[in-house]
Design a protein around this ligand. Structure first.
Ligand code: HEM
Length: 213
């Protein structure tokens, strides 16, 4: 909903990185669950009206990648390695300290995002607010502008992430984001759920048979 490519840094199915991040293999997990995966789900409202008022360069700074092609801010192509140490001529870090991708770079998980769009919030709905979050505007914007009601849109991301070690993956990432992600003023987590997804089955078998249900 913010326009940046999503999923670039995901591990690719069939690779050792994918297997190490996604499939449950630990001997400490119950036998019926080995070969399955944990699924972390979050429903995240995105303040698109505020986001759309930001200049493109600021949007890119907040994410740490270019909206146009998904490349890291220091250049190259979408799938090139991210260089967190890259500096501009001024000496400033190219990917800011509070950029979204810096905070979670290298924490592996399989993210499968879906958009949702509920349209306009009713004034009584949870999450509805008369306040508009702090935001900046292009120079010359009328200080008395309104957002034409679009600040009440309830649209966003259905964040679904698969992993085998939630404390080391989702919780570590979410803690880092909660502490300083520049996206925080522009998103609002409104739902959360956590699932154990059993492994796939062969013909004649039944799902999670080891549970004895
Ligand atoms: C509405 C909320 C969010 C938006 C708009 C968003 C957007 C993005 C974008 C555009 C990227 C760069 C492209 C990519 O590698 O996929 C990214 C990367 C990533 N995001 Fe998010 N994200 C959101 C929430 C989250 C949450 C809640 C988590 C986990 C707690 C998360 C974890 C990650 C991770 C692990 C990466 C890959 C970082 C790397 O290794 O370079 N994101 N996100």
């Amino acid at each position: 909903m913010f326009g940046h490519k999503d999923g670039t840094a995901n591990p690719r199915p069939g690779t050792a990185d994918f297997d190490a991040a996604v499939w449950v293999r630990a001997a400490t997990e119950p036998a019926w669950f080995r070969g399955g995966s944990y699924l972390v789900f979050r429903k995240i409202r995105m303040k698109t009206a505020d986001w759309d008022m930001l200049p493109l360069a600021e949007q890119d700074q907040i994410i740490g990648r270019r909206r146009g092609d998904g490349a890291p801010l220091h250049g190259g192509h979408e799938f090139d390695a991210v260089d967190l140490e890259a500096r501009a001529d001024s000496g400033e870090l190219v990917i800011a300290r509070d950029a979204h991708v810096r905070l979670v770079h290298g924490i592996p998980m399989l993210r499968r995002g879906y958009n949702y769009d509920y349209g306009t919030l009713l004034s009584t709905a949870t999450g509805s607010s008369e306040q508009v979050a702090p935001h900046s505007h292009p120079e010359g914007t009328d200080p008395n502008h309104t957002h034409g009601g679009h600040d009440k849109l309830d649209v966003g991301l259905l964040f679904a992430a698969y992993m085998n070690n939630p404390p080391e993956q989702f919780i570590r990432a979410q803690a880092a984001l909660a502490a300083s992600d520049r996206l925080n003023g522009l998103v609002q987590h409104t739902g959360s759920a956590f699932f154990a997804v059993p492994p796939g089955i062969a013909p004649g078998e039944s799902i999670a048979a080891g549970l004895g249900l």
